[in-house]
Design a protein around this ligand. Structure first.
Ligand SMILES: Cc1cc2nc3c(=O)[nH]c(=O)nc-3n(C[C@H](O)[C@H](O)[C@H](O)COP(=O)(O)OP(=O)(O)OC[C@H]3O[C@@H](n4cnc5c(N)ncnc54)[C@H](O)[C@@H]3O)c2cc1C
Length: 290
């Protein structure tokens, strides 16, 4: 590994000052679980490493009915999985975290690091897209809000400026009669998904018609992919299993799968059908339960 200068700021302002000073030559490190792998491989050689793990002000989970859920970027996966607030109001997030890697990894890796790494196989991004979540990005003296859906640009590439860091994830309170579910295909529990699907369905309380649907895939493109045509198969209809299967079919046509050692592009496409339908069934059950 190439030598680098190391900083361990204790406040967001300190971290942002360092970022604005060194910009492209600097890289943030949180848990280091993804960053250190590519640094050890020599694929990435920052001159300055800004270790933000000690910024306790970015480690929080808050919720109120109006604003929704707020998660600090340095919150570890395990805290999200175990949070009583999240288990009660955003069960899908707790379930997704419970199947992300091992307890050891969840105890150190941060939600912000996961999103900023930009791995299309990551589990949190599609779930946040289904939940209509936004990100708060900060640079010295400035903040901007971006939809999670807009954040990934390409494989391991996200829409952060060199002087910016992610500080918060914001999840709105879902409308009444909404159900959300995430299902991923793995060989063993806790593996990265071969593919995954997050589905959110909102039903009309009057006639049970699907008012809104959001579907996002993991590991089916170079980015976490929202599949809007598949969503359109559901919106405005009284849902049944055939329609959920149809949404899976359309999602598999929208997917941009590639082949690797874990599965061929064709196999992934087939599995998108299955996992979209499976997640949609669960989301629908939850929406009907209110
Ligand atoms: C064995 C193993 C198994 C895993 N399995 C899964 C899995 O099944 N599903 C899954 O989704 N993930 C999985 N992961 C990834 C894991 O979830 C971590 O979230 C992820 O490694 C990144 O978190 P980190 O805090 O370690 O980030 P780091 O490695 O420190 O950072 C990753 C990238 O994000 C940037 N960054 C970090 N924080 C910020 C911030 N606040 N603002 C701006 N940029 C930032 C860094 O500069 C770096 O480019 C696995 C990881 C390991 C090691």
């Amino acid at each position: 590994m190439r030598e680098f200068e190391y900083f361990a700021p204790k406040t967001v302002k300190e971290a942002l000052s360092l970022l604005s000073q060194y910009e492209e030559e600097a890289e943030i490190i949180a848990g280091g679980q993804s960053l250190l792998v590519i640094m050890r491989q020599g694929l990435f050689t920052p001159k300055y490493l800004i270790d933000v793990k000690g910024i306790s002000a970015l480690d929080y989970i808050n919720r109120d009915e109006g604003k929704g859920l707020r998660i600090g970027a340095l919150t570890i996966h395990r805290a999200i999985e175990k949070s009583p607030i999240i288990q009660r109001h955003f069960k899908v997030l707790s379930e997704m975290e419970g199947n992300l890697a091992t307890i050891q990894t969840r105890n150190w890796g941060t939600i912000g690091g996961n999103l900023c790494h930009g791995d299309p196989a990551g589990d949190p991004a599609p779930v946040f897209i289904a939940l209509m979540a936004k990100l708060k990005l900060a640079s010295l003296g400035q903040e901007r809000i971006m939809e999670v859906e807009e954040f990934s640009k390409d494989y391991l590439e996200v829409a952060l400026e060199p002087n910016e860091m992610l500080v918060e994830i914001q999840v709105p309170t879902p409308p009444p009669n909404t159900g959300t579910a995430y299902e991923k295909l793995t060989v063993m529990k806790g593996d990265m998904g071969i593919v995954g699907a997050a589905v959110s369905i909102t039903l009309s309380s009057e006639d049970g018609v699907c008012k809104d649907a959001r579907i996002a895939l993991s590991n089916a493109s170079s980015i976490p992919l929202r599949v809007r045509e598949a969503e359109r198969q559901l919106i405005g209809k009284v849902l049944n299993d055939d329609l959920l299967a149809e949404a899976g079919q359309v999602a598999s046509e929208e997917a941009e799968t590639t082949s690797d050692v874990h599965g061929s592009a064709e196999y992934r496409r087939e599995m998108v059908k299955v996992f979209v339908r499976r997640a949609a069934r669960k989301a629908l059950e939850r929406a009907r339960a209110g």
